[in-house]
Design a protein around this ligand. Structure first.
Ligand SMILES: [Zn+2]
Length: 354
């Protein structure tokens, strides 16, 4: 015979089963087990018919309360599970729309740029590298030998007057100076090539040079040169002229050409001044070019055999040419800058134009 305590135990059992259900599927199975037609509580209901009316009434009331309580437990748990599952589904399918909102990007920091002279040097290097030259550099403080002696300009030679030299009092054994041109790099390069057996040479040598000059529209005491040197077998003056012309049109544009005029330099023989079409009037003649249509850019020539002797290269086996010109002067001509001094004035109104 069923006692009220048995019904309480069944309710308690149902409570535990319901609490253990975690998914919709589980709560459906639990509901069927504890409140369905085949559940223990249903069995109790079916047994009521065999009881005395008084007992049946009492137990029936308890059974009714128990089933209502179990139904309530099931529905409560089912609601919890549904809510949790919905929340989980929403979390998984959530789209973060903030990803599509443009962010607040901090304003870029104001950055400087390369000075026109540096830009010009890079552009010149690019042209020569494109022609197969290597780029080499050397020291700005030189000995008398590298700046003059090895370049066929012995002490007291009148040609030294061509360069107003800034000497450094660094003491014996050798007189030192701030290089007046990039030509000493040629000597270093040839010495290295001879020592390492690396002839031939095809190189350009850009760098800073110093002369005791008063700054004016076309001169600076600190300026930049680029020097070229080719040492190879069978090199002729025609190779020099052709190289100069190819460079000129490549750097200044197809309207600007070159010409060579006889000149004298101690370290080249024969030597020439290198002139290019006036970039202002394009050759028709103007005040800048003194109505000639041409502007001098630099010097060049075939390497003097005495220079080859100084570095140990056999002038009967090897020939070569050299050329050099001002990088600042190139920038001045290409951009039609009237006064070269603006290149070093640090006036932002000027510098920002390039
Ligand atoms: Zn002109």
């Amino acid at each position: 015979m069923v006692e009220p305590a048995d019904i309480d135990a069944l309710v308690e059992e149902a409570r535990r089963a319901v609490a253990g259900a975690g998914t919709t599927e589980e709560i459906r199975e639990v509901a069927s087990a504890v409140a369905g037609k085949k559940s223990a509580l249903a069995g109790v209901g079916r047994g009521l018919g065999a009881l005395e009316p008084e007992q049946r009434k009492e137990l029936g009331r308890r059974l009714h309360e128990a089933r209502a309580a179990v139904d309530q437990l099931i529905e409560g748990r089912r609601a919890e599970i549904t809510a949790a599952e919905l929340a989980r589904e929403l979390a998984q399918s959530r789209v973060d729309l903030t990803e599509f909102i443009p962010g607040s990007v901090p304003a870029p920091k104001a950055r400087g740029h390369l000075n026109l002279v540096t830009q010009t040097q890079a552009a010149l290097e690019d042209v020569f590298v494109g022609m197969g030259f290597l780029v080499e550099e050397g020291p700005e403080i030189e000995t008398d030998w590298y700046n003059f002696g090895a370049l066929n300009i012995p002490p007291a030679h009148p040609a030294r007057g061509m360069w107003d030299t800034l000497y450094l009092d660094l003491g014996p054994p050798e007189s030192t100076l701030l290089r007046t041109h990039t030509s000493p790099v040629q000597i270093h390069l040839m010495e290295r090539a001879v020592a390492q057996g690396q002839l031939p040479i095809h190189a350009v040598m850009p760098g800073r040079c110093y002369r005791r000059d008063t700054p004016d529209a076309r001169h600076l005491p600190v300026f930049h040169q680029i020097e070229g040197l080719v040492v190879d077998k069978g090199i002729s003056f025609a190779d020099l002229a052709g190289t100069i012309e190819v460079f000129t049109t490549a750097y200044f544009g197809p309207d600007i050409h070159s010409r060579l005029r006889p000149a004298y330099f101690p370290f080249t023989e024969p030597s020439a001044e290198y002139e290019v079409t006036c970039t202002i009037c394009l050759g028709s003649g103007c005040q800048t070019c003194s109505q000639t249509g041409w502007i001098e850019l630099g010097g060049c020539g075939m390497v003097d055999p005495a220079v080859f002797d100084a570095v140990g290269i056999d002038p009967d086996l090897w020939t070569g040419f050299a050329f050099g010109f001002g990088i600042d002067r190139c920038a001045q001509m290409r951009h039609q800058i009237a006064d070269m001094r603006v290149l070093t004035d640090n006036d932002l109104r000027f510098l920002r134009q390039f």
